[in-house]
Structure formats: structure tokens, C-alpha cells
Design a protein around this ligand. Structure first.
Ligand SMILES: [Zn+2]
Length: 324
């Protein structure tokens, strides 16, 4: 296990965004950033992409409903096989981090159980050992008490405005702590209806340093190509097929390994699950690319101007200033 440190921290002038360097052992990782999670790696093949997914930190995700969690906590065989399974998922040189998606009321609260989860991570040879917290009012108190070098908050597929504001306050006092958000949904739901604004792309303004995609979206029944959200590089939105075609006139404006600068038509060809896989891989590649300009703008103190130059973040900013 290596030491983890944030360095070269530059804070934006008008937002709480910061640009920094995440140092893990010899690695120097630019932040803000987006790191790949298991379902995205699994999507490479159906998306027809041969190259591995870029990302300096590999998030290894497992669904953990109560029975699975109980087996891991109480049966040595289950613990060992989970560790083996996890250690095979990525190449040995990747920086690996475990994320258990607790489902159906599953949670770890006993000290003994917490210790078992930590042991699992050591057994699996993970590079970053995490204790997971869900969003709660107690969170910040716990954080201050533990003086952790890194924090992972679980957004559970939603936009938790107050929790994000709490993280923002925390980071003001602790700029050197690395904040990662798990389970970030494609877009923002503020009030009753979702906004097309990409949630991941605006997270830096709440001082989130890095994030990874949600892994358990609610089942859209039935799943059709029409309801799949695709990241729009031009306006930083997440658009459904009809809007994407209408607004962007059949053009992806994207040169990622999936889109390859082609029209939207081939993107939506094939089976529904293949299109979903393409969307996952495209979202990851396209957002990592767009985050380069986010980092550059934060370094210049101009992140707010960048957000206002993008159609959907601009609409989001207008909305929160109304609600604030
Ligand atoms: Zn693309």
C-alpha cells in the first residue's frame, strides 16, 4: 500500500473547484478526474472497443445485498473467493479500490464487520483501502474525527445538494483531503424533474476531486434505445436519442473510440444492450476528455465561465441561484 497525498493544489477564484495532483506512490494523477468502474470495463466488449479503459484508479465494484454481505462477513471461503475474484479484474499494475454497493438495507456498522471488510481489501491486494460512508448529517463529524487522507462519498444515483454543500465546507478547511464521489448518475434531479445537465461535470464546483459512474440504475422498463442517456460533449448534458438527434443534428461531435467522429446513426445501431454499452464507454472517454478543459479553466480561475459557456451547466446554475 502506498501513501496517498494531494499536492499542487490550485483553487478556482469563483467556485469551490480545485485543481490538484493526486500522488499515489510514484503516480501523479491530475484532478478533477473520472475513474472507471467495473460495469464500464465490462461494457468494452459489447461496445466493440479493444483498448482498455483509461483511468489511473480502477474502481472495483460489487453489488452487496444483505445475503452476499453476510456470507463475506461470516464465511472464510466467501471472503477468499471475493478477494481472488477482485484481484483478477484488472492488470496487476493498476491502482485498485473496492466499492461495495450496499443494496436492500445491507450495511456495515459493527466494528468487527468493518474490520472484516478491511481485511478483505488487504487480502485482495487492493492499493487503496476504503471505509465507505453513505450520505448523512453525521458524515462531516466522522470525517473530522478520523483525519482521513481520502474520503469516498456514495451519492447512490442521486443529487444530494446538502451533502455536496457539506463536502464543500469540509474541503475549504481540509483542501489536502482527496474527495471521491461514487454512484454518480448521468444527470441531475433537482426538485421533481431531471435536468439534462451532466452531474459528473459540475461536481468539481462542490469540490469533488474525482467520481465514478453509478452501477445500479433503477430498471427502466422496458429498456429501449430511446431512453438511454448519452453524454453530449458540446453542451455537457445527458441526452436521450430524440433530443440528441434533434439538437445535435445527427452528429456526435466526438472522436472517442466508440463514436470515432461518425454520425449518431451508427451509434444507435445494434441490440439495446450494445447501445447501452456504447453509451457507458463513450461517457467515460468523452468526460475524461472534457475534464482536461475543466482542469485548465480551474488553473486559470475561470471554471465558472467555462460552466456558463456550456448550455446545460448554465441552466443548472440559473436554477440553483433561484433556489438558494
Ligand atoms: Zn464518443
Amino acid at each position: 500500500m502506498s501513501t496517498i497525498q494531494l499536492a499542487q493544489i490550485k483553487v478556482d477564484s469563483k467556485t469551490s473547484a480545485s485543481q490538484s495532483e493526486l500522488r499515489i506512490g510514484q503516480l501523479r494523477i491530475p484532478l478533477p478526474n473520472r475513474f472507471p468502474i467495473s460495469p464500464e470495463r465490462n461494457a468494452l466488449k459489447p461496445a466493440g472497443v479493444k483498448e482498455p479503459l483509461p483511468g489511473e484508479v480502477a474502481v472495483l465494484a460489487r453489488l452487496a445485498p444483505p445475503d452476499t454481505l453476510k456470507r463475506i462477513l461470516t464465511q472464510e471461503d466467501a471472503l477468499k473467493s471475493t478477494a481472488r475474484f477482485l484481484s483478477r479484474e484488472t492488470s496487476p499494475d493498476a491502482v485498485r479500490l473496492l466499492y461495495l454497493a450496499f443494496k436492500g438495507g445491507a450495511m456495515v456498522k459493527e466494528t468487527q464487520d468493518l474490520k472484516t471488510i478491511l481485511d478483505l481489501q488487504y487480502l485482495a491486494g487492493l492499493d487503496i483501502i476504503t471505509v465507505q460512508h453513505t450520505v448523512s448529517g453525521e458524515l462531516v463529524k466522522i470525517l473530522v474525527k478520523h483525519e482521513s487522507a481520502q474520503i469516498g462519498i456514495d451519492l447512490r444515483g442521486a443529487f444530494h445538494y446538502h451533502a455536496l454543500r457539506a463536502m464543500e465546507e469540509f474541503k475549504k478547511k481540509n483542501p489536502e483531503v482527496w474527495l471521491h464521489a461514487f454512484q454518480v448518475p448521468p444527470k441531475i434531479r433537482l426538485g421533481r424533474s431531471p435536468m439534462p445537465c451532466s452531474q459528473g461535470m459540475i461536481l468539481p464546483m462542490f469540490s469533488i476531486d474525482s467520481f465514478s459512474r453509478w452501477i445500479v440504475p433503477p430498471p427502466p422498463t422496458p429498456l429501449t434505445k430511446e431512453v438511454i442517456n448519452v453524454f453530449d460533449r458540446k453542451g455537457w448534458g445527458a441526452l436521450k436519442k430524440r433530443d440528441y438527434e434533434e439538437i445535435r443534428g445527427n452528429s456526435t461531435s466526438c472522436n472517442c473510440a466508440v463514436c470515432q467522429g461518425k454520425d449518431l446513426e451508427p451509434f444507435y445501431e445494434g441490440k439495446v444492450l450494445d447501445v447501452l454499452a456504447k453509451a457507458k464507454v463513450h461517457d467515460h472517454l468523452a468526460q475524461r476528455n472534457e475534464l482536461e478543459s475543466a482542469r485548465a479553466s480551474i488553473r486559470r480561475g475561470e471554471f465558472l465561465s467555462l460552466l456558463n459557456s456550456k448550455q446545460y451547466p448554465k441552466e443548472f446554475l440559473r436554477q440553483i441561484s433561484k433556489e438558494a
